[in-house]
Design a protein. Structure first.
Length: 180
């Protein structure tokens, strides 16, 4: 399995880094988009971050334009949108591809982990209803979430429509935060 913490990534401001910068924290990795029906999830994610970051929790947002062109902006435009619209304070990374032939190595590691997705039925059915092909294991849509424990292991995966307020997500985060 890929060690996702050591995959090179770039913050929206251009700084090269890896997620190992957050090792020892509980991390929620989310692929995001500014022009999606789920974009309002930024609000709940920011509240979740503000509520829990002092306990060692971080959200890492990875803008992706893989779904119907819903993230067309530049890194600077995306950051400006997130800050002005949702007052986002968690780290926003440079735009990447989360599926397909040009899938970023981070997402190859995340989706290749084999961690089952919590709550993926309704969203998959909705997308199939629009005639979309959904491959098992791949990112289904914007705002899919991966929970990484303090030990750097992928602990859980959540469907795009599992919101930051969903008890299944909150309980999983709290469970990981309770581990030292």
């Amino acid at each position: 399995m890929t060690d996702v913490l050591n995959v090179p990534v770039k913050l929206a401001d251009g700084r090269e880094t890896t997620l190992s910068e957050y090792k020892g924290k509980v991390m929620l990795v989310v692929n995001v988009a500014s022009k999606c029906g789920l974009t309002k999830q930024y609000e709940g994610l920011e509240k979740l971050y503000e509520d829990k970051h002092e306990n060692g929790f971080v959200i890492t947002a990875f803008p992706a334009n893989n779904f119907k062109g819903q993230e067309p902006g530049t890194d600077a435009e995306i950051v400006e949108f997130c800050q002005l619209t949702y007052d986002v304070k968690f780290p926003i990374f440079s735009k990447i591809s989360v599926k397909g032939d040009d899938q970023h190595p981070l997402y190859q590691g995340l989706t290749g982990s084999g961690v089952p997705t919590t709550g993926d039925g309704p969203m998959k059915e909705k997308l199939r209803g629009f005639g979309m092909e959904i491959e098992d294991g791949e990112i289904v849509w914007n705002f899919e979430k991966f929970l990484i424990g303090r030990d750097g292991e992928i602990k859980a995966r959540f469907a795009p429509d599992v919101t930051a307020e969903d008890s299944r997500l909150v309980e999983a985060i709290d469970r990981e935060l309770a581990k030292n």
